[in-house]
Design a protein around this ligand. Sequence first.
Ligand code: HEC
Ligand code: HEC
Ligand code: HEC
Ligand code: HEC
Ligand code: HEC
Length: 466
Amino acid sequence: MSATPRARRRASWRGGVGAALAALAVAGAGVVAACGTKDDGPPPLSGEALMNPETCRSCHEEHFRQWSGSMHAYAGEDPVFVAMNKRMQRETKGAAGSLCVGCHAPLAVRMGRTTDGLNLAELPAYMRGVTCYFCHSTDAVEGTHNNPLRLAADGALRGPFADPAKAAPHKSAYSPLHDRESPESSALCGACHDVVTPAGAHIERTFTEWQGSVYAGVGKLSCGKCHMDGREGLAAPGVAGVGVRTVHDHGFPAVDIALTPFPEAEAQRRAVQAFLDNTLIAKLCVRQLPTGVVAEVTLDNAFAGHKFPSGANQDRRAWVELVASRGGAEVFVSGRVPDGKAAASIGDPNLWLLRDKIFDVAGKETHMFWEAARFEAEQLPAATTNDPQAPGFVHSVTRTYPLPSPAPDRVTMRVRMRPLDFELLDDLVASGDLDREIAARVPTYDLAGTVKEWTAASLGFTRCAE
Ligand code: HEC
Ligand code: HEC
Ligand code: HEC
Ligand code: HEC
Ligand code: HEC
């Protein structure tokens, strides 16, 4: 990617939209009456009131509640983020600038309230995280990564309704970027869900992966179709003239959870587990081959609209734990990772570990992703076709484990996952940037859809646990 369009974009929002936004904020800290709006509704919200999620709460209570527990709301509070940004600024002597905050606290950057994110804690809460206003005032996507979203300066909130109720205290506008039925809506998400480092490594690729999948093509499932569940309800309950519509979940559960006290923590954790439980399909076979007994583990990324795992894979780990026993005694174990220990560090030659490895310009492996110049990825592929006749229809991956003889009589497996692993966390603790207590709260999930048991008695060497 050339730096020129990025630099040009940055210049354009600093001078153009940035200035317009600043003017909007100066216009008033409260609800400002403006003349000349075309409908006869209430005086429109503007300035800080429009940018502050607390303002939206009174009418969009459910949206607010769900968002308040989301990783979008947490993005600027996340202690691992804060620790990494602090370390990056120190180690690069500030050269990396707004790289991280450009996505984790984008409004603060666009409003000129931060350049490096080191002062986030001192800013008003509505400046941190991916906020209502940031998503809903986007009117164009001017690129594919590192947050090239353009914010409108007209004070109108973009959404999926062409005919919003007149009682809204803000201007509204229909936008295909905010309508999960429209394929363009993935570009809104993708703009932040692809990250390219200063040295050019494309370390988060969720949008690119989606573009290469069946879901972007004939499958036609935008990010929102899977990540924003719809239900019948009221978009602004209690406001006169508002009828039933399809409203969409704003909790965005996936893998990460808040590591410090945060709203909706229990609900978010449950939603993450439920989503992960229904992501992969697994199959476990035990066979007697002429060369010996083997276990065959097949994983199918059946339900993610991109590879699995996706996103922050330089920090994230998923792995297979496989245990074989005979007469109740264990005879083979792979992937048994102790709590608090990095999966990659257990010295297991058979370990099936899904993740990215990143390397700096000198070719040395690193865990600090702003240094990444190159990556190697081990992920499960996404479906690329719905056509059973087409090559590539089967996209599952099988791995064979050698088992000792005599053959075991019981084999069990599960896939486990950690949002962030301990190579990174321990490194941040050692540099004094992260509290060990917080690192210890990172969860390890078991994916229920992958918990399988084979026994010689029930399945023998011809049938598989599916
Ligand atoms: C006084 C009540 C009220 C407040 C406060 C309020 N809204 Fe609304 N909003 C509404 C109503 C009413 C609608 C129209 C709902 C409908 O037509 O079903 C609406 C619609 C929307 C839409 C959909 C627009 C479209 O055309 O699709 C978005 C997005 C939205 N609001 C975001 C926000 C945000 C963000 C805030 C906080 C800055 C906010 N609202 C504050 C009442 C409110
Ligand atoms: C302005 C940038 C931005 C936009 C736009 C955006 N996201 Fe995010 N998203 C983030 C950031 C930053 C995080 C992670 C915050 C953290 O964990 O610290 C995140 C987290 C998430 C997560 C949780 C990931 C996990 O591992 O738990 C999901 C799911 C998600 N976003 C989906 C979406 C979808 C779908 C859209 C489009 C409707 C979208 N995002 C739009 C920046 C953005
Ligand atoms: C990551 C981006 C993002 C953030 C942050 C976000 N929204 Fe939305 N919101 C969307 C998208 C995308 C849709 C459109 C869903 C659809 O119809 O396909 C939407 C839809 C809506 C709607 C229309 C009704 C519905 O549910 O479809 C309202 C109202 C709304 N959002 C309010 C809010 C409020 C209030 C906040 C903050 C508390 C907020 N949003 C934060 C992306 C976001
Ligand atoms: C076909 C459904 C589907 C589509 C389309 C889809 N996703 Fe996902 N996504 C999933 C599933 C399933 C998971 C894994 C479950 C989990 O992480 O809890 C997931 C996980 C994620 C994660 C967490 C990363 C991980 O390793 O699990 C992020 C971030 C994310 N998706 C963002 C997006 C974005 C951005 C888009 C659009 C460019 C998108 N998704 C399109 C289903 C989908
Ligand atoms: C292009 C937007 C973007 C930029 C730039 C960005 N992030 Fe993120 N970040 C995201 C998104 C999107 C996610 C959620 C992806 C996921 O969980 O799979 C995320 C997740 C995270 C997480 C939590 C999840 C995890 O598993 O690692 C941390 C910590 C983080 N980012 C730190 C940083 C730091 C530090 C920087 C700067 C060096 C940075 N980010 C730059 C978009 C961005």
